[in-house]
Design a protein around this ligand. Sequence first.
Ligand code: GLN
Length: 453
Amino acid sequence: AQAHLDAIEKARALNAYIVATPDRALKMAEVSDAKIAKGEARPLEGLPLGIKDLFATQGVHTTAGSKILEGFEPHYESNVSAQLWRDGAVMLGKLNLDEFAMGSSNETSAYGKTISPWRRQGSDTPLVPGGSSGGSAAAVAAHLCLGATATDTGGSIRQPAAFTGTVGIKPTYGRCSRWGIIAYASSLDQAGPIARTVQDCAILLGSMAGHDPRDTTSVDLPVPDFEAAISRGVKGLTIGIPKEYRVEGMPDEIQRLWDQGAEWLKEAGATIKEISLPHTPYALPAYYIVAPAEASSNLARYDGVRYGLRVPGKDIAGMYENTRAAGFGREVKRRIMIGTYVLSAGYYDAYYVRAQKIRTLIKRDFEAAYASGVDAILTPATPSAAFGIGEMASADPVEMYLNDVFTVTVNMAGLPGIAVPAGLDAQGLPLGLQLIGRPFDEETLFAAAQTIE
Ligand code: GLN
């Protein structure tokens, strides 16, 4: 724990942590030492972890990367982090993220951008770690923690993992409790780990997952031994390659990586099969209706009364207005405006209802693929390697949204997806592949990802 705290101090320039919690870390580490000395070590005893600052941590400033939560110290602990502490893990601090988990580059945090520890060969240009769990991915990649919690609404675990050469899994919707995680889009949000190996991810997910009656969408199923699953191999499995993911303008090196991944799985005994997921092209536009719609509703609670920041006004409506104007950043305001627009009378049927119908069709595409005997689906994790800070901050936010083209379908269908590092691009930057599984079959994903890793 001390070595990690020292490393965090030295790597402040990366801005991966919003706040480190050295006192808490050392206290927890002392308990771990005592447990180990007594021969009573718990499964994660003494493992130093970072927590994405979207998880409520009792008595520790919890910001969601937003100014509007300034000063908010929850009096409760999120279910996922509580389970990690129950199993003996040690908390190093809270990790940076895009404001309210909205973004793909960690450039929208009110606490400053996180910088990736990676650089293009022969270049000093600082790169983004991806988002929204960019602090988690950068911290894991830079060895500022052993593993980290993260959340994924449209790709926020898998895209930053791919950008930083780390492993990240978004489990099936319902696998981890959302209780105590600040909501972005409740029907899409899931927690999961980012770590340096498939095995570390399997171990961490085993602790994070499990039924919690406080989240009505948390599923009452036993948590499998994920770690045991990683050595199963892929012999006899059928891996689907969805032809619709061959998007226009995809760089050659991404196509080559994808072919290489399929080859590795084949050599390990899997059968590769081309499949069709015909509604894929509609996933991104439908996601960017459903997610902002839910966000606009979830973010209505930040009114200057209940949490964090309050900016006075001439009456109560003026106080709401001033608080929200000062507290939310540009991207969050954009999402609230899109969300309230698509939910408003007159536009609801044209946008929100249609997007929900598309969501059902996307889900059925996957169901048909799995019914045809496919065990998992292989795709690229992202359409490119990490980009430079500021490079995508163009006038058109849709350019940034395109980062999620391979990941949002998985959230729309509620399926598990893992990103695993699979190679480097011509400039020496990591590239990741994604495996998508059947509902509650994270085990097959761990086995297949291990084969690629
Ligand atoms: N980049 C996507 C968005 O901004 C996904 C974010 C996430 O998964 N939290 O909505």
